[in-house]
Structure formats: structure tokens, C-alpha cells
Design a protein around this ligand. Sequence first.
Ligand code: C2E
Ligand code: MG
Ligand code: MG
Ligand code: MG
Length: 286
Amino acid sequence: SAKTSGKNGLCFYTRGMNADAMDRILLENDLRRAIERRELHLHYQPQVDARSGRLVGAEALARWNNRRLGAVSPEVFIPLAEETGLIRPLGEWVLFDACRQGRRWQQQGLALPVAVNLSPAQFHQVDLVQVVQSALAETGLDPALLVLEVTESTVMRDVGEALETLKVLREMGIGLAIDDFGTGYSSLASLKTFPIDTLKIDRSFVRDTPQDANSAAIVSAIIAMAHNLSMKVLAEGVESPGQLEFLRDHGCSVVQGLLFGSPLCSSAFFDYLLQGRPCPQDPESR
Ligand code: C2E
Ligand code: MG
Ligand code: MG
Ligand code: MG
């Protein structure tokens, strides 16, 4: 990398490290302030029935526009929040805001489940269940309209504890999805015992389907496994009609991706609802 190049490699490297550390501190301070000042916002991405094209859910995705850096990716600020403990206030804000939006949709006559991502630290927080309970109680959202997404590595970190937490959430009537499925190391034995509703196939497999035979084989194997475990299966990152066709042919029930809509702010999402959605019935026509 550039850090080790240059005439005086060591000196350059040291300066690079300092700059990185400085950037991190600045970014951490900015993130802390952004959370306090409510400068983050949520976007919502449509999840649609693979056959009918009907809207069946929306995933809440956190967004942060920093005045120095512009849009900072959640792939950057979520891990930073995890490392600095900021995930607690950030995660609570996301949960409350998404539940508030879900409730608004409910009041507008739209019973649309809203999916919220839980980071590993958030999932293993001792009072997670209470936090979820108060988000539902304070917003009045029907628990059946909330879906919590966790990754395989999150639940595999401590299988016993994860199973307890998932059971309680499930008993509350909340939907549970495993995100980015196929990229972690799941014990299939544990997976079978978890009260999970939905497996979300990671977009890295969807991306290369159907042209790459290995990816296509993984996608169809995950769909078959989900069905055998009586779980729904959702494919994320669907961008092309060819991918949709393959997924439908293999029995994937729900799809999400740029083909159906990018993540939108809540007002744009509502406009999208009113305008009607592109119908994915005929993949050839798009
Ligand atoms: P994820 O939960 O797997 O979310 C899906 C990501 O794929 C989102 O990226 C979404 O914008 C992107 N995406 C959707 N459709 C397509 C597509 O057709 N093609 C491609 N290439 N990408 C697509 P985003 O919003 O940048 O979020 C990245 C990750 O950050 C999320 O992955 C999730 O793990 C995490 N994240 C985002 N918001 C939150 C949050 O509120 N809380 C927590 N804990 N994590 C979050
Ligand atoms: Mg997700
Ligand atoms: Mg995912
Ligand atoms: Mg992801």
C-alpha cells in the first residue's frame, strides 16, 4: 500500500498510521455528535413477492451524511459504532425510528413489515429484549410487523444465548431473518433449532447467478434447504431480470434489490407506493 512506499518507508508508514488514527478519532466524534443531534436517517428498500411483484416488506437501512466527508457508508460507521460502544444509542435510534415508520404505515392502512438490522454487539446486549419491547410499546407497532435481521456469525458467536434471545423475540410475535446467509459459518444443526422465519441469500451469490454455475448451485441449494426447514427465503441484491427468472424458477419467494427499487427516504418510499411499482411478472419486458 501507499503507506509502505516512498523513500523513507518507516517514516511514511508512521505518519500514515497517525493520520488513520486521527481520522478515526475525528470520525468517532462526528458519529457521536450525529447520533446526539439526530443527523442520521433511515432509508427503506422494498422487498417484493417474486411471483406477483406485490410489496411484502421494507428493510430499514441507516444513512449518514457527514458535512466533511459526505455520505459515509454503514459498512464503515456500523463497525465503528460497534468498536466504540456507540452502537447502543445508534441501534436504539434505528429501532425506534423504524418502528415509528412501521406504525405510520400501519395507520395509513398499509400493514407492511419493517426489517431492522441488528449488529452483533446489539444482539448480544443483555437488555436487547427490553429495548425491543419498549420500541414496540412506545410506537404502538404490531410486533408481527417487525422483522429483526441478524447474520449467521452473530448467532453462532454464542449459540445457547442466541437461541434463548431468538425464542423470546419469536414468542413476542416478531419475525426473524438470517442476513447475508451463506457467507458465515452456520452450524446447520443449530440453524434447525433456531425459530427463524427467513433466510436472506447473500447478494454475492445472487450477483453471479445464473452465469456462474457455482453461485447458481449455492443459490438453489439455499432455497431448497430453506424450504426443507420450513423457512421463507429472500434473495438480496437482485439487479437483473435474468437473476429474477432464475430465483423464481427455483422457488425463491421474496426478492430485494435495485431491480425493484433502491433504498429510499420515507417520503420517496411513500411516493413509490402511490405510483405503483414496476411489475416483475415478465422479466423479458424489463
Ligand atoms: P445488509 O443488511 O445486507 O443490507 C443490504 C445492502 O445491500 C444495503 O447496503 C443495500 O443498499 C444494498 N443493496 C440493496 N440492493 C442492492 C443491489 O441490487 N445491488 C447491490 N450491489 N447492493 C444492493 P447498505 O445500505 O450500504 O448497508 C450495508 C450493510 O450495513 C447492511 O447490509 C447492514 O449489514 C449494515 N447496516 C445498514 N443499516 C444498518 C442499521 O441500521 N443497523 C445495523 N446494525 N446495520 C446496518
Ligand atoms: Mg439486512
Ligand atoms: Mg444482507
Ligand atoms: Mg450485508
